[in-house]
Design a protein around this ligand. Structure first.
Ligand SMILES: [Zn+2]
Ligand SMILES: [Zn+2]
Length: 308
């Protein structure tokens, strides 16, 4: 089998994915039963089979896409980053490289994530992730492959452009992966003041809240620091009661993959003034598809306010 063939074969859903699934089940299911953030939730909740399909099958395009973004970032780094900067970075111990890398990666994650909520065609991809009505560890995998490639790829840009050591980058990716599953889990973590330092389930659950008060809050993936700095942090003591969005998104895996492209086609047709029925945009977007969520410094129709 050729190198490309064996690479694709390794990416296919198989024993490795099944082993990770078993590991996540063994770790998070007891936690969700013992210390649930919300009690009385069913194990086989609405949409679990769709999320399982995301878990197994979306890994293939995601791996290919992120690999391409890593290659582009490394190439950019070789062109613009002074050699002295990279030498200094890789000469640092891994215990120093990892926290520096997490801070930088999460800043890029924050900025990319905020754009996903603001730019209509990016939101159409990201809306799939926000369509879960119930959150648990498996809901972390309900994400459109394009959305995941852009989100994860963006966070990795500074690491590969600056030239962190491979071992530091692997450690950061592993930490990020586990934390992204944890913050979606239905687990109550009594974190006290620590919740302002490290993202916890209650931090990210509010990002998924169906109530308007939680919209466009808590964009960071790992460090609430960036939401505190940019004025988008929101963490009351209670957990949100409802999750999801009002955009009409099917619970079918293939329809979720097609959702942003159907919205894009509808938008293009509308621009061409072709009269044909399109799905009604949810209350989060106006008829032009712009976000109606209100961000600091940005008015309700997505235009910059005069103060900025
Ligand atoms: Zn989001
Ligand atoms: Zn999420």
């Amino acid at each position: 089998m050729s190198d490309i063939g064996s690479t694709i074969w390794n990416l296919l859903p198989g024993w490795r994915s099944a082993c990770f699934l078993a590991l996540y089940l063994l770790i998070f299911t007891p936690l969700e039963l013992l210390i649930p953030a919300q009690r009385g939730r069913k194990f086989f909740r609405q949409g679990w089979s769709t999320d399982l399909l995301h878990f197994f099958f979306s890994a293939i395009p995601i791996t290919i896409g992120i690999t391409a973004m890593i290659g582009g970032s490394a190439l950019l780094g070789s062109l613009i980053t002074p050699v002295a900067v990279t030498h200094w970075l890789v000469s640092q111990p891994i215990w120093l490289q990892v926290p520096i890398g997490i801070v930088l990666a999460d800043l890029f994650f924050y900025l990319g994530h905020r754009l996903q909520h603001e730019v209509p065609w990016l939101w159409d991809f990201h809306a799939v992730h926000h369509s879960s009505k119930e959150l648990d560890w498996l809901a972390a995998f309900r994400i459109h492959p394009v959305d995941q490639i852009l989100e994860r790829g963006t966070s990795l840009i500074p690491l590969f452009v600056l030239g962190f050591s491979p071992s530091a980058i692997v450690a950061i990716i592993v930490i990020f992966q586990w934390q992204s599953i944890l913050i979606h889990s239905n687990v109550r973590i009594p974190s006290g003041w620590l919740k302002w330092l490290v993202a916890t389930p209650d931090f990210h659950h509010w990002h998924h809240s169906a109530d308007a008060v939680g919209h466009n809050k808590n964009f960071s993936g790992q460090l609430p620091l960036w939401d505190l700095i940019f004025g988008t942090a929101y963490m009351p003591s209670a957990m949100p009661e409802r999750y999801g969005i009002t955009d009409s998104i099917s619970n079918n895996y293939l329809m979720q993959l097609l959702h942003p492209f159907r919205r894009l086609a509808a938008r293009v047709l509308r621009r061409l003034k072709v009269r044909q029925p399109v799905s009604t945009p949810g209350p989060e977007h106006d008829p032009q598809g712009r976000s109606l969520y209100k961000l600091p410094g940005i008015d309700a129709r997505g235009d910059r306010s005069a103060s900025n």
